[in-house]
Ligand binder design. Structure first.
Ligand code: M6P
Ligand code: ZN
Length: 186
């Protein structure tokens, strides 16, 4: 039997289309405690959408062993103070499960921290990133456009949003030349 998939990736808009697409928005008010410049953070409208995640609802409940989810994160460009917009980031509740990210549009960094050691991988269209288990991971938009990155993770993984300073000992700022620089959390 020939059958068409009910979900498609649109390579022009970088979005998912079709049936059962779920969308989740993360707004400025959801990111309290995530940015180092508190007064710059408080100047933002709390309703500002910082990123959107769309994913296919494949009917599997989180926690189901053996399955996978597929989604796309769209992270807006910008800085708070001089710190680039970022996603919350998380560990997996089931710690020893990995994930793939795949760059679709824009320019950014994938921050991965395990046992206090941070690796920053450059995310560009076409870049493939393996995130090992036991590793906190987040996206940072260092470009001028939307950063769109697809992800594939296990239904079993779950999300553990540990306090950001516990997950990530470093931050990425825009320097005077407009380039990303890494600084340790003070
Ligand atoms: C990717 C995946 C999702 C995650 C999303 C947003 O699409 O890793 O599991 O939820 O990014 O990241 P966060 O949950 O850290 O806000
Ligand atoms: Zn993850």
């Amino acid at each position: 039997m020939f059958k068409q998939s009910n979900v498609k990736y649109n390579g022009k808009t970088f979005n998912l289309e079709g049936s059962g697409i779920q969308k989740k928005e993360t707004r400025a008010k959801d990111l309290a405690g995530y940015f180092s410049d508190l007064s710059a953070y408080q100047m933002l409208d709390p309703e500002t959408v910082m990123y959107q995640v769309e994913y296919q609802d494949n009917g599997l409940a989180e926690g189901t062993p053996g399955g996978l989810y597929f989604g796309i994160t769209h992270l807006y460009p910008g800085v708070i103070g001089e710190e680039y917009y970022l996603t919350k980031g998380h560990f997996h509740a089931k710690r020893d499960t990995g994930e793939y990210y795949f760059g679709l549009h824009g320019q950014g960094l994938l921050m991965m921290t395990e046992n206090g050691e941070t690796v920053l991988e450059e995310v560009v269209p076409g870049s493939v990133h393996y995130i090992p288990g036991n590793t906190a991971h987040r996206l940072i938009n260092t470009g001028a456009e939307m950063l769109s990155v697809s992800a594939c993770w296990q239904t079993e993984s779950g999300h553990d949003y540990a306090p950001p300073e516990e997950m990530f000992p470093q931050r990425v700022f825009r320097d005077k030349a407009g380039k990303p620089i890494i600084e340790n959390n003070s």
